[in-house]
Design a protein around this ligand. Structure first.
Ligand SMILES: Nc1ncnc2c1ncn2[C@@H]1O[C@H](COP(=O)(O)OP(=O)(O)OP(=O)(O)O)[C@@H](O)[C@H]1O
Length: 236
């Protein structure tokens, strides 16, 4: 579904991605792990051209999207749940969900909101509540629900467990697995919580200083000495 080949990206003189090759097949959960500043968010945002790839190629669903303007990427079927959730705090839960439908067919709205409410009953209970008054975990569910409203083929999740209480962290990873197994959603997941992410994912990549330094199945990476030392046992 997604092929990134030799992608480089820069912020001015900062060389944030240094020739990354990443593949996500239909139906997979793939995770990117790495320390602060490794380039995980940059890799995700490069799919939206922010920053754009200075060289290399990005192919999504059989089409080259390397130079496609960012506002057209959502229409191709990629949705992102950004780091920090970025919900609209003064709007209601329902209005936030509506914002996710900007590029969707209005005819699908009722069916889509039903599906999101079935997945996250708390959002239906709180439909009229201002989103800024939800708990952190509820806001994360709202951010995921909003992304699902556009019926994406590929869902990008940037640090969905960040800042959440342990009970919500568990729930968020459960939700990601359910989305994948029950709804067939293909997921690219960026996480600092390497343990949970690798247990949840089919495959993973380790990013260091803008380069992929290791790749393998979730199980292989969980068992890898390098990953254990750097990301699981006391590291990050
Ligand atoms: N808007 C920006 N302008 C300039 N430099 C940036 C910008 N965003 C990120 N960088 C730099 O690019 C590098 C990669 O950052 P990025 O946010 O992709 O890392 P990350 O792996 O997602 O880190 P974290 O886990 O802390 O979010 C870092 O050196 C960072 O300082």
């Amino acid at each position: 579904m997604l092929h990134m080949e030799g992608v480089h990206a820069h912020y001015g003189h900062i060389h944030a991605l240094r020739g990354v090759d990443v593949t996500v097949q239909v139906g997979e959960i793939v995770t990117l792990i790495g320390a602060n500043g490794a380039g995980k968010s940059t890799l995700m945002m490069s799919l939206f051209g922010k920053p754009g790839a200075s060289s290399g190629r990005i192919v999504f669903d059989g089409e080259d999207i390397t130079r496609v303007p960012s506002h057209l990427i959502s229409r191709r079927g990629i949705a992102i749940v950004p780091e920090g959730r970025r919900i609209f705090p003064r709007m209601t839960v329902m209005e936030n969900l509506l914002m996710g439908t900007a590029f969707a067919d209005p005819a699908n709205f009722n069916a889509d909101i039903k599906r999101v409410y079935a997945m996250f009953p708390i959002l239906e209970e709180r439909a009229a509540q201002r989103a800024g008054t939800l708990s952190g975990g509820e806001q994360q569910m709202l951010a995921i629900g909003r992304a699902l409203m556009s019926r994406p083929k590929l869902l990008l999740l940037d640090e969905p467990s960040l800042g959440l209480a342990p009970i919500y962290i568990k729930r968020i990873f459960q939700i990601i697995r359910e989305l994948n197994t029950e709804h067939g959603m293909t997921v690219l997941l960026v996480e600092q919580n390497a343990h949970h992410a690798l247990r949840c994912a089919h495959r993973g990549y380790v990013l260091q200083h803008g380069e992929i330094v290791l790749a393998g199945t979730g199980q292989e990476l969980l068992a890898s000495e390098e990953v254990r030392a750097a990301y699981l046992e006391g590291g990050h």
